[in-house]
Ligand binder design. Structure first.
Ligand code: ZN
Ligand code: ZN
Length: 136
């Protein structure tokens, strides 16, 4: 995926910081937090602030270039994959995993329920992940 084109397709002006943050999200499908992205990118972009990271992620979400996950109420995390999929939060290690959606979900853009236009759907599951279960 070309990051600059990806941003332009979502009507976002590609600045150095926006490109770096989008790139990080595309390369790290672990649902990173603001803190994680900030601390990883800071050595390469010393002018970066946590507020910029937060605002950029908000912008990416608003334009549909990424999605915001509130599955973990203490740590908002972000996902470059905007296709319909579910998320699983491990209550033990705090990792967020991608899960397939059981029923075949339609593209969100086409959805309307009781006359309401649906723009986002979130499927959140919580429990203990298989890695933590195996350690016991
Ligand atoms: Zn776990
Ligand atoms: Zn995901």
């Amino acid at each position: 995926m070309n990051v600059i084109e990806h941003l332009q397709e979502h009507s976002i002006k590609p600045s150095v910081q926006r490109i770096a943050i989008m790139q990080y999200l595309i390369e790290h499908r672990t649902h990173p937090t603001v803190e994680e992205i900030y601390s990883t990118l800071l050595p390469t972009i010393p002018t970066l602030s946590k507020t910029t990271v937060y605002n950029t992620l908000k912008l990416l979400s608003e334009h549909g270039a990424a999605q915001t996950l509130t599955i973990d109420e203490r740590n908002t995390c972000y996902d470059a994959d905007t296709s319909p999929h579910a998320h699983f939060l491990c209550k033990h290690c705090g990792k967020v995993y991608d899960l397939p959606i059981q029923n075949d979900a339609k593209q969100v853009e086409e959805m309307s329920i009781n006359g309401h236009e649906i723009q986002e759907i979130h499927y959140y599951y919580k429990g203990i992940c298989k890695e933590c279960k195996n350690k016991k």
